[in-house]
Write a protein that binds this ligand. Structure first.
Ligand code: ATP
Length: 574
């Protein structure tokens, strides 16, 4: 479906209100033209009456002028109120739909977009789409209707004046805007892209400010931002110039139309076909009628910009999630044992295999430690279990059922994950914990913190559970952030527990506390622990060694030889 049809589709539910908005916009312009024409007629009539060249009843026209002024002001107010309200509704629906489509794309489908770029699409591009109705559709239809009404009225007095006026309006309203559109179309795309690049770079720089200072490259980054900013300003300047030229040309055409009307209408007065007041009325009408086409150059330019924004928004909305959801679900498994059988997986088509024939079995109530060198495929196993990515061959089953038979929402309910890099939201400790259990009361939150060994630390904070953790949890130490993540897992109390380096960043005493807290959870769940630490591996029932995407060995860490240092050396833990 073309982008334009989709944009019209978005407006469809509000078509009644939007049509009313166009009706009001037309009424406002017609009232304005009528006001000017009537004023011209009235002043001339009064002047002639004052010279004794006729009589005039000034009550009716004076009342008409007042009435038209009221219609113009009231109509404009109502039109703005109605159309902006409807447009904002369209945009808020679109924003919600966009987010709903964005969410399932994470993380696989969003890898190639920069965070700032996505934000830009969601905010600025969607905002730009309000142009479609407010700056493109409404003014164009209103202009067309006005040109017909106003010139039909002018034709009653002089068809020739009406024809000249229509021709001038077509030049000012269609030909000039079209030339402007042709020249600005490419620039619209270029400017959107320049703006998105600038936003993404600024967002990136703010996020990585610490690194930029540490490596002393703030100057280089500032230069980059300056360069992008200059590019954007240059594009905006070119637009402003194009605007100025079109506006000047349009003003010239309107003055020529005025002269044309005078040249054609004066002989009519001389021949007695129309009176002096009608001449003034026609001239004012011609002059005022250009108000109808004044927004059209901007409308066509907005069209280019709207199209570019719509493409960027629809690109995300059309992207298919990397993993497909099943049409119907299997019943939940009776047990949560997990089997990976000869699994082959790579992140992209041409990329090397991250898992190449991986086999692994996990049983309920038992913990498996997954060890192996960096890049061996440990995190990839977790990515597949959570269905963040689809795998290319082999099978992964939970309780004997292939994981593809469950929706991602159902499947992920069964997992509690303490990831290597847990994201903490810039919110309170309580908010961060309730991600795992939205209904949990404060008592349950305190209990979970106690089990993660964080209760005392939180109790010492003046605002306790309501303490803000800062951007990405920056106001907590690495160890505290990790324990908060563990408290989340405690709260979720899921049948499958994934621990990715759960004690990284903790001193030996805290590590022992956290492991003691995790031990009861591990006994209840099917547990996979990724770690490099022998201290953690002492808590698992089995160690699986993974290398180059394959599990090459499964060993018992509690066997007799585990007392020997050579056993651990053999695992080559970093
Ligand atoms: N998101 C990704 N996109 C593309 N390739 C990836 C991605 N994540 C990992 N890889 C690649 O897949 C391979 C396996 O990575 P994985 O993260 O599973 O290793 P790992 O054993 O967990 O390593 P580490 O111990 O360093 O975390 C690596 O070659 C890595 O470069």
């Amino acid at each position: 479906m073309s982008d334009w049809r989709r944009l019209f589709g978005l407006l469809r539910p509000y078509r009644g209100v939007l049509a009313l908005g166009i009706g009001l916009a037309t009424l406002v312009i017609v009232a304005n033209v009528a006001l000017m024409a009537l004023a011209g007629w009235f002043i001339t009539g009064m002047a002639l009456a004052g010279l004794g060249l006729g009589t005039i009843n000034y009550f009716a026209p004076a009342a008409g002028i007042r009435g038209l002024a009221i219609v113009r002001t009231g109509g404009r107010y109502l039109e703005r109120l109605i159309t902006h309200d409807a447009t904002l509704r369209v945009l808020s629906t679109l924003r919600v739909t966009f987010y709903a489509r964005l969410e399932p794309l994470a993380p696989a489908g969003l890898q190639r977009y920069r965070g700032g770029d996505l934000l830009s699409r969601m905010r600025a591009d969607i905002d730009t789409l309000d142009n479609f109705y407010l700056r493109v559709i409404a003014p164009t239809i209103a202009a067309a209707l006005c040109v017909v009404v106003v010139n039909a009225f002018a034709a009653v007095f002089s068809p020739a004046v009406a024809m000249v006026n229509v021709a001038a309006l077509l030049v000012a309203g269609i030909l000039l805007p079209w030339i402007s559109y042709r020249t600005s179309r490419a620039r619209g795309v270029e400017r959107r892209q320049a703006l998105a690049d600038l936003r993404a770079t600024v967002a990136d720089s703010v996020g990585g400010m610490g690194e930029l200072w540490a490596f002393q490259v703030t100057g280089r980054q500032a230069q980059r931002i300056r360069r992008l900013s200059r590019g954007l300003i240059a594009a905006q300047r070119r637009d402003a110039w194009a605007d100025a030229v079109v506006n000047a040309a349009s003003a010239t055409v309107s003055r020529l139309a005025l002269w044309g009307a005078l040249i054609l209408a004066i002989p009519l007065v001389a021949r007695g076909v129309i009176g002096g007041p009608e001449l003034a009325m026609l001239v004012f009408l011609v002059m005022a009628s250009f108000e109808a086409v004044a927004p059209l150059p901007a409308a066509l330019r907005a069209l280019a910009e709207t199209k570019a924004a719509a493409r960027r928004v629809f690109e995300i909305m059309d992207a298919e999630p990397a993993v497909a959801e099943p049409a119907s679900e299997s019943a939940p498994p009776a047990t949560f044992d997990i089997v990976l059988r000869d699994v082959y997986f790579r992140y992209e088509d041409a990329a090397p295999w991250a898992l190449a024939g991986a086999d692994l079995t996990l049983s309920p109530g038992r913990a498996i430690g997954l060890v192996g060198p960096s890049g061996a495929g440990k995190t990839s196993v977790v990515n597949l279990l959570l269905r963040f990515w689809p795998y290319q061959a082999g099978a992964i089953e939970i309780g004997g059922v292939p994981i593809e038979r469950y929706t991602t929402a159902t499947l992920r309910q069964w997992f509690a994950v303490v990831a290597q890099h847990t994201h903490l939201f810039n919110a309170t400790i309580a908010d961060n914990l309730r991600i795992a259990a939205p209904e949990a009361n404060d008592e349950q939150l305190h209990a979970a913190l106690a089990r993660a060994g964080l209760a005392e630390r939180v109790a010492r904070m003046p605002r306790g559970l309501d303490t803000f953790v800062g951007e990405a949890g920056l106001q907590l130490s690495g160890g505290e952030a990790r324990r908060l993540a563990i408290a989340r897992a405690v709260l979720k109390n899921a049948p499958i527990l994934i621990l990715d380096e759960p004690t990284e960043g903790l001193d030996p005493a805290s590590e022992a506390e956290v492991l003691a807290a995790l031990a009861p959870l591990m006994r209840r769940a099917t547990t996979l622990v990724i770690t490099h630490r022998p201290s953690v591996l002492r808590y698992v029932d089995e160690i699986a060694v993974i290398e180059d995407g394959r599990v090459i060995e499964q060993i018992n860490p509690r066997g007799a030889d585990a007392a020997d240092a050579r056993f651990w050396a053999h695992l080559r833990l970093a």
